[in-house]
Design a protein around this ligand. Sequence first.
Ligand code: JFZ
Length: 452
Amino acid sequence: MDLKYGASREKPREDAAMQRFRSHRVGQFIHWGLYSLPAGRWEGKDVEFAAEFLPRVAKIPQQRWEALAKDFTLADFDAERWADTAVALGARYMTITTKHHDGFCLWPSAHTDFHMGNTPSGRDVLGELVAAYEARGIDVNFYYSVLDWRHPDWRFTLEDDADSLAFARYLDFAMKQLEELAERYPSVKGFWFDGTWDESVKANGWWTWEVERMLKERIPGVVVNSRLRADDFGARHVDSNGALMGDYESGYERRLPEPWDHGVAERDWEACMTIPQASWGYHQGPWAQATLKHPWDVVDMIAHCTSLGGNFLLNFGPRGDGSMAPAEVGIATKVGEWLSVNGEAIYGCGFAEGWDYPGWGYFTRSATGDVYAVVTRAPVSGRIRLQLPAGMALAGVRLLGSGEHPFKRLADSLFEMVIAGDASTGPLVFALETSALARPSSEKEPNPDVLD
Ligand code: JFZ
């Protein structure tokens, strides 16, 4: 069907900027705003819900929420230290909340008074972050919530002409803010849109199309997530003809595709993940702090995403004083140490066509065709089987961070290794050297799959 505001292409983008984004694989997400100050606690009571939703869940009067701005003093904020945590994690890009659902902006926007420039420090923290991260070679992307709880013209639904008029003014405001971001921070590499699920936005697919067009005109190579987009009929992410809108799919939110769902690898995609069970903004309560993920669980998710051609965006919730939570820095450091040894199986790698999901972890493949076995779920037997694609044999195995590793052949393209990982080193990664099977399937050898 003919769409005016559908996808702009059927196949993944292959320009240099997109290849760069795709090769990153590991990103640092940051949720930071006024909600970082109460950090999930209001009037002495823990509110067991994502901290960035506190004003809604605890029904906080608007003036009291806005009054938090005078306490946002940045007593312990240093953009350089944040950027160091991204380096420690091994992140190649960072995505920061420029404005979340409460409408508070981290940059001094000319289109609202509700921004960091009107807090005691008056600093442009967004500008400081862009400079600090880029100085370390880390790409910066902007998260922007289209949903805005504070703006008087925001509407969830459009019931009458008055709503439509108000919402048109809102969309104009948001467009101006996005133009402002593009103009003030032209080195930004991507935009990550959120809060686009309401009927009001779905009824204005033209606007999401126009935002994508505007950003791409102003910032050559800019990468935009699918969550921005709705088409002529309000279809989101994927248009009414089944083509992906935006440049990559951003629907994997605190969940990952099934590891055997190889069809996912045909598109670019990114999954985002919290460190605690379910809060993006920093939540100080035991509800969140008791559930922090283990670094090896994070590594498992990174390898999982890479094996299906996706990026993994790990979220950090810095605290209200501007400092990073030490527990999150600790996790980042462990993951980064693992990546410094094993990153050749992650960065620039993707789906290994022809290699079935092995159960004990994941296969990944580099741009030059090297295949890796990332063993995140080692069996208690200490043995793993490597089923190679038909016609292939294993010619050598190298344990990353160590050296040659023994293996034996069980049948044609089926091999086995004894592995000895432990919790201190984390998941082991093996680089697999392959060759063509020396001879076709022999009749002399029994087929282990067939029972006599
Ligand atoms: C949204 C926000 O509401 C949340 O605060 C956070 O910023 C997160 C990254 O994005 O939450 C979502 C968005 C989409 C889904 C679930 C939660 N989804 O598609 O399932």
